[in-house]
Design a protein around this ligand. Structure first.
Ligand code: 6GU
Length: 247
């Protein structure tokens, strides 16, 4: 997959050189470039923003600068399709594991990180009508950040770990929170078996595989009911078995 990130703070994206995403880039599984939006400004002050039409506080990012930058980064290649233009915004659709799975199937992602009060709305409108490009405005949760950069880090990491070969053991993708089961993950334990008067739940050291599986399922259901009842309500009825309904 090819990913381009456009931002006025390229250094904000430095963590993408580390850990799993960094390794995916080094091994060629992920082709990722970060671009400084100001490279496409033409004035002496390298201006990217201006005051909002209609008045109000803050500044809005100019569509002309974004248009020049996105045209250059998208190139003719976008016409081939499979390009998703992601615009991080607190006003976007909520970014979920399902969205990450969808995006992992794209050929190219381009992330346009806005600052200030956001990007002139005509930018998203314009590229939505460009053949081969799908525009998605995404929010990473119900709180406000100073710009789209942290959200871009979140999206890139969530998508990159789903690409074939990026996560060493693909089985670790199966049993996780927000995974296929639609439940939060069960609690996990490792050595030592007793720590500060806290023992590891006995069933986990019993060697009884079926009992371990049932215990984990019960804890996942319990946690989800306590912390994210909305997830339980969204489960299809057939996703719960007869044993589940006791919890
Ligand atoms: Cl994507 N951007 C900003 N500025 N704030 C956010 C966000 C994005 N998602 C949640 N809050």
């Amino acid at each position: 997959m090819r990913i381009d990130v456009l931002t006025i703070f390229p250094d904000y994206l430095a963590p993408l050189e580390l850990s799993l995403v960094g390794k995916a880039r080094q091994s060629g599984l992920l082709d990722l470039a970060v671009h400084d939006l100001r490279a496409w400004t033409t004035d002496r002050h390298r201006t990217v923003d201006d005051t909002p039409f209609g008045g109000g506080a803050g500044m809005v990012m100019r569509p002309d600068v974004w248009g020049t930058a996105l045209d250059a980064v998208l190139g003719d290649d976008a016409d081939d399709g499979g390009t998703v233009l992601l615009v991080p915004s607190p006003a976007g659709e909520v970014f979920t594991q399902r969205a990450a799975e969808e995006l992992a199937g794209a050929r190219r992602l381009v992330l346009a990180c806005g600052r200030y009060e956001g990007i002139d709305a005509r930018v998203a409108e314009h590229y939505a009508s460009r053949p081969g490009v799908t525009v998605r405005e995404v929010s990473i949760g119900d709180y406000v950040l100073n710009g789209g950069e942290v959200a871009a880090l979140v999206v890139v990491e969530a998508v990159a770990r789903l690409l074939p070969g990026v996560v060493g053991n693909p089985e670790s993708l199966v049993e996780e929170s927000h995974g296929a089961a639609g439940l939060l993950e069960y609690p996990v334990y490792t050595k030592p078996p007793a720590w500060r008067d806290l023992p590891v739940p006995e069933v986990l050291t019993s060697g009884h595989h079926a009992k371990v599986t049932r215990w984990r399922r019960d804890r996942a259901l319990e946690r989800t009911a306590a912390r994210r009842p909305d997830l339980l309500e969204r489960l299809a009825p057939e996703a719960l078995d007869r044993e589940d309904r006791r919890v």
